[in-house]
Design a protein around this ligand. Structure first.
Ligand SMILES: Cc1ncc(COP(=O)(O)O)c(C=O)c1O
Length: 385
């Protein structure tokens, strides 16, 4: 090799591995987090209209103005705070680009970023590409609670960023007010920025309200908050998201963004703006929609040995198979693909040093028929053990 890999130990993600195995074995894939049902026909129609209306050239670097205005309106409605579309909102290529740009803007060589395991897999590679290092703090199932005293003990004079994710993938937990108070106290008088991954903000259950850093004045001034239209509109392939941050952080983020993707597909932005202008309530039904799916899947697994943990939010449901087997989650998930013909995601790859546990992650963003068939196969598998 004529060059040195910058990420030599980064292989294919567990999502790709399990999806590939699902195809090889003809298994039902309820592992990877994407819907298997169609998008709203009105959203599809809005895209056709946007193309026909000629929105086919570069969009503004920061994002289409009408879309940023609608995002500001949404933030005001959800969190009671103003966000200036000109200076504080940037449309990105999915939340993934927002996360990447935010990390590149504030992490430099030798800096440290704190992340909580089980962690979504996009954070660490971006920190390392910026020359930084992740300090990974493991959270234990089933509560996955953050011990803020432990976090304080892991801070150093190189700590530049703390990445939080609420509702959290894959633990399906949410941070509460006390967590955000503790976080605010922790970074007070320290040169630390917060990156809040809030892509599942509206997929939150049992009457909970999303706890965004945007609604905490002290955190709002020091945070990037990243969101995803892919999740909100059931259209993960549209690769559109946005980042909300105070002007000073947004300026830095845009320095990266303009040479990363420059701007996001114009027809998609115009289509989303059209759709949201007609359907300002597009977000409000998500909690009930996904809660019904969570309850359907959890209910149909009841008593069979696959024990669902109660999910507070996200597209996912964690299931404990400890009553059925003590095998490692990687082995057990592979066995489920081969024998039950159901592909799931084991939890240990989300940890740097996984604790002992018997958890797999199922995706609830699926048609009811898919969830029912998966449950039926898992029950039949458990019954013959
Ligand atoms: C926690 C979390 N953050 C970010 C993303 C990426 O979102 P997007 O598809 O909008 O890039 C995902 C996608 O699954 C996610 O689960």
């Amino acid at each position: 090799m004529r060059f040195k890999s910058k990420l030599p130990d980064v292989g294919t993600t567990i999502f790709t591995v399990m999806s590939r195995r699902a195809i090889e074995e003809g298994a039902l894939n309820i592992g990877q987090g994407f819907p298997d049902y169609p998008i709203d026909p009105d959203l599809a129609a809005a895209l056709v209209e946007s193309v026909a209306d000629g929105h086919n050239q570069y969009a503004p670097m920061e994002g289409v103005v009408a879309l940023r205005e609608l995002i500001a309106h949404k933030i005001e409605k959800s969190y009671g705070v103003d966000a200036d579309p000109e200076a504080e909102i940037t449309v990105t290529c999915g939340a993934t680009e927002g996360l990447y740009d935010a990390i590149q803007s504030v992490v430099g060589p030798g800096d440290e970023a704190i992340i909580f395991d089980p962690a979504y897999d996009a954070y660490e590679p971006a920190v390392r590409l910026a020359g930084g290092r992740c300090v990974r703090i493991p959270l234990s199932p089933p509560a996955f609670a953050i011990d803020w005293d432990e976090v304080r003990g892991r801070l150093s004079d190189r700590t530049r960023l703390i990445i939080i994710n609420t509702p959290q993938n894959p633990s399906c937990t949410v941070l509460d007010r006390d967590d955000l108070d503790a976080l605010a106290a922790l970074i007070r008088d320290r040169p630390i920025t917060v990156l809040a991954d809030e892509v599942y903000e509206n997929v939150i259950f049992d009457g909970r309200q999303p706890n965004s850093v945007l609604s905490y004045p002290e955190l709002r001034d020091k945070s990037f908050a990243v969101f995803s239209f892919g999740k909100a509109l059931h259209a993960t392939g549209w690769r559109t998201g946005y980042c909300v941050a105070p002007p000073s952080l947004t300026r830095e983020l845009r320095r990266v963004h303009q040479f990363n993707t420059f701007s996001i597909a114009a027809p998609l932005q115009h289509a989303i703006a059209r759709y949201l202008a007609r359907r300002p309530d597009a977000w409000t039904g998500l909690a009930a929609f996904f809660q019904a799916k969570r309850d359907r899947l959890a209910g149909s697994l009841e008593g069979c040995g696959f024990e669902p943990l109660r999910a507070a939010g996200t597209y996912f449901l964690l299931v404990d198979y400890g009553a059925l087997s003590r095998s490692s989650d990687l082995d057990f998930a592979d066995r489920l693909i081969r024998e039950a013909k159901v592909a799931t995601i084991p939890l240990s790859p989300f940890y740097a040093a996984p604790p002992s546990m018997t958890l797999i992650r199922l995706c609830i963003a699926k048609k009811d028929e898919t969830l029912d068939l998966a449950a039926q196969r898992l029950r039949a598998f458990a019954a013959q053990l």
